[in-house]
Every structure is written in structure tokens, then in C-alpha cells.
Design a protein around this ligand. Structure first.
Ligand SMILES: Cc1cc2nc3c(=O)[nH]c(=O)nc-3n(C[C@H](O)[C@H](O)[C@H](O)COP(=O)(O)OP(=O)(O)OC[C@H]3O[C@@H](n4cnc5c(N)ncnc54)[C@H](O)[C@@H]3O)c2cc1C
Length: 396
């Protein structure tokens, strides 16, 4: 247990600790600091104390790391269909497992289970834990977190990967908190330190200005969420075999704390940028909302989806689900056309994995040209209509 104590002889009654405590957990009694029960051992008081009168002892619990083996991927599903991020994570998980010389397993929780394991094997899993139940059709945090926590505790994987989707962002921290391990959210790179056999988890930090590599040397499993479309799936190997572990979710309807009354799907057909092979994006350079018609026309001509920079979303020119970048979607299309986008790092982290990038910008020094495969220096109001014309002619 962590512990905090005041060394009375050293305390000068200066009150610095009282002022610094964010929780009001330090008070002065007879001119000496006293720590109250609501202290959460954050250490702010000890740091502030100039006379070294507050001492915190922290007990680092080292898990038996050798007991943890294997790489796991949470196989996210919607309406019984495995989500594409699962295949991407299996592709990455396969590489990590091979480097560690261990097996790759997928954990599926859902109602429909037929054919699921075979699909997971075809994309690289050696083993599939299948927890099927009519109660598991729709995502409910408390059910899914309980099942995954129980499996992780029982089978002890060394790495657990979850998609940084709406579901994954709810599930992964719930599980990590229950098993008291760390979690690196929104990773864009995963590697194995072959010497220490630990997972190096890289993600943008400080507004995308640095890439931080995070390790979890003392605890297991090493848990990470990874954004969709960041990792590449491996080619499907139909007929590839693996081991199926059928799991009883041990959940009953009475365990529910949330009742799902109705699923309301959006009326407007929301673009699925992450699935699009071609994206044409508009930035502040388009000038006003109405000019998105130009971007839409180019996108429609070549069968693409419309993307946007945050500047245009913030200006209210286009809904936020079109936004590409750090606080938007990460996309990886075959072709990404950026029109009037400067190429700030927060935009680039969301699209620089695209196969071919075409940038249209009137400023030749715009940073977007640093990542562009083809750069067109020019006014987008001239270039985009020309592109539309040429594509229409070519596609006739
Ligand atoms: C924490 C944080 C998260 C963020 N997340 C995101 C994110 O997810 N996605 C994102 O996009 N941004 C994000 N941003 C904002 C980001 O820093 C930039 O402000 C934003 O990307 C700029 O958008 P833009 O390129 O459209 O606009 P600008 O930077 O203003 O660039 C407009 C460009 O258009 C060009 N231009 C102007 N007129 C024309 C013309 N007629 N023809 C051709 N070119 C023209 C200009 O030369 C300029 O390069 C984030 C910022 C922060 C701090």
C-alpha cells in the first residue's frame, strides 16, 4: 500500500502544502500539517514542502511477467459483422506475435457466432475466444468489460489490442482500470523491443507536435488502443485453421445496469471516410461553406468521399464527421486530394498514410507539399474545375 506521513519535527507550519493540495486534504492543526482521509496521494503537498516534512512511500508491485504470454486482439463486431479495425489489428498483432515467438488470439463477444472464428483465423489469429450470448448482440460496457476482464485475468495475455473506435474507447479503459494496468490510447505505431521483449507504443502527444513512445515495463498486459485505418490488414488466407475456445459469458439479464430501449440510426447518410478508397478534402482555402460544392463535385466525379480540415468544421462549413486529422478521422485511402489545406501536423497525422496524396495549394511553401506525392501550386478555383473536366473526359 502507498503511504503518506508528516514528519512533525520538520513541519514549519508554512501552509504551502495546504495551498497546493487540489483536494483540500491537508489542514493545519496546532501549526502542523495533518493529512485527511480524502488524500489520494497525488504528491502535490510533498513536492511543495520546502522542509521535506511530507514523505510518501510508494510500493511498486511487479507482476510476475513470465506468467503472461500471447498477443490478443479484441474482435469488435456490429450486428454480427466483424469490424474492419479487427482485421487491421490482427495484421499488426500477427507481426508482434511473430517477433515475440508467441501466438495471436482474438476475443469475440457477440450474439452471432457462426463462421466468426474461421474469419478471424483467415486474417491471422491462431486462436479465437468466442463468447456468444443473445445478451451480447449490442455493446454494453458492463457486460463486455466483465467478460474481457475475466478472460484476461484467467488466460494472462502479454499484449491486448483494441480498436480506438467508440466501442473500443469505452471498453479498453474499463478493462484496464479493472485489472489495474496501463493503457496507451490512440497508438499510431507499435513495435517490439526485441531485447527486452516489451511493447513500444507510439502515439502523438502535445497536440501532435511530438510522437511519444510509451512502455509498460512492470505490469501486464500491455494494453493499447489503435485508431482504425492506421495498421494494415494482411491478405486473407481462406481455410487457415486455428483453435476455438468457447467461452460462457456468465452474464444474465439481471446483471444489466443499462437497458437499451431503441437504436436510432442517423437520418442523413453519414460518410464512412475510413472505408473510402478516394477522399477529396477541402480546407480553409475554399473560402466559404458554399464552395464545398466544388469539392463535392470532384469527389462525385471520381467516386470519392468528401473530407475536411478542422478549420472548415470549426467554421461551420461542414459537419464534424467529415473531419480528417488528430481530432477527426484517421484515413488511409488509395487517393487523397487536399484542396486549400495548409498541412498542419494535426491534419497530417490523419491522412499521411494514404497511398497517393495530391495537394492543391496556392502557397508553394505550404507544408502539405512535404507529404504530397503530387503537388499542384495554383488557385483551387481554377485547378479543381479543370480536374473535374479532365476526369469527366477520361471517365466517359
Ligand atoms: C489539439 C488540436 C487538434 C487539431 N485537430 C485537427 C484535426 O483533426 N484536423 C485538422 O485538419 N486540423 C486540426 N487542428 C487544427 C490544425 O492545427 C490547423 O489549424 C488546421 O488543420 C488548418 O486547416 P486548413 O489547412 O484548412 O487551414 P489553413 O491552415 O488556414 O490553410 C489554408 C490553406 O489554403 C491555402 N489557400 C487559400 N486560398 C487558396 C486558393 N484559392 N487556392 C489554393 N489554396 C488556397 C492557403 O495557402 C493555406 O495553405 C487541430 C489543432 C489542435 C490544436
Amino acid at each position: 500500500m502507498d503511504n503518506i506521513k508528516v514528519i512533525i519535527e520538520k513541519c514549519t507550519g508554512c501552509k504551502l502544502c495546504v495551498k497546493k493540495c487540489p483536494f483540500g486534504a491537508v489542514e493545519l492543526v496546532d501549526k502542523k500539517a495533518v493529512i485527511r482521509d480524502n488524500c489520494n496521494l497525488c504528491g502535490a503537498c510533498a513536492e511543495a514542502c520546502k522542509s521535506g516534512a511530507i514523505e510518501i512511500t510508494r510500493k511498486v508491485i511487479h507482476a510476475d511477467l513470465s506468467a503472461y504470454k500471447g498477443v490478443w486482439v479484441f474482435a469488435e463486431q456490429k450486428e454480427g459483422r466483424i469490424m474492419p479495425v479487427t482485421f487491421e489489428l490482427l495484421g499488426e498483432g500477427r507481426k508482434l506475435a511473430d517477433k515475440l515467438g508467441t501466438e495471436l488470439a482474438a476475443v469475440y463477444i457477440g450474439e452471432k457466432t457462426q463462421g466468426i472464428a474461421e474469419e478471424l483465423f483467415a486474417y491471422g489469429a491462431d486462436k479465437a475466444y468466442i463468447a456468444g450470448s443473445p445478451l451480447m448482440g449490442l455493446y454494453r460496457n458492463e457486460f463486455y468489460a466483465r467478460v474481457l476482464t475475466r478472460l484476461v485475468t484467467e488466460y494472462k495475455p502479454e499484449i491486448v489490442l483494441v480498436g480506438a473506435t467508440v466501442i473500443g474507447r469505452s471498453l479498453a479503459p474499463s478493462v484496464a482500470a479493472r485489472i489495474k494496468c496501463g493503457l496507451t490510447a490512440d497508438c499510431t505505431g507499435l513495435e517490439i523491443d526485441t531485447e527486452k521483449k516489451i511493447l513500444m507504443q507510439t502515439r502523438p502527444a502535445f497536440g501532435g507536435n511530438i510522437m511519444a513512445t510509451i512502455i509498460s515495463p512492470n505490469h501486464r498486459p500491455q494494453m493499447a488502443t489503435v485508431r482504425p485505418r492506421v495498421m494494415k490488414r494482411i491478405a486473407k488466407q481462406a481455410g487457415r485453421k486455428g483453435e476455438v475456445v468457447t467461452v460462457d459469458p456468465k452474464i444474465s439479464a439481471e446483471d444489466a445496469v443499462v437497458e437499451i430501449l431503441k437504436i436510432i440510426k442517423p437520418e442523413e447518410q453519414v460518410v464512412d471516410l475510413q472505408e473510402a478508397d478516394i477522399i477529396v478534402s477541402g480546407g480553409r482555402g475554399i473560402g466559404k461553406a458554399e464552395n464545398f460544392s466544388l469539392i463535392r463535385e470532384l469527389a462525385e466525379t471520381i467516386g470519392g468521399a468528401v473530407g475536411a480540415s478542422r478549420a472548415t468544421v470549426d467554421a461551420g462549413w461542414i459537419p464534424s464527421y467529415h473531419q480528417v486529422g488528430q481530432t477527426g478521422k484517421t484515413v488511409c485511402p488509395k487517393l487523397y486530394i487536399a484542396c486549400g489545406i495548409s498541412g498542419q501536423v494535426q491534419h497530417l497525422v490523419g491522412m499521411q498514410g494514404s497511398d497517393v496524396i495530391v495537394a492543391v495549394n496556392k502557397d508553394p511553401s505550404a507544408p502539405i507539399f512535404n507529404v504530397a506525392t503530387y503537388g499542384i501550386v495554383g488557385d483551387l478555383f481554377e485547378v479543381v474545375p479543370l480536374l473535374v473536366k479532365k476526369f469527366k473526359e477520361a471517365l466517359k
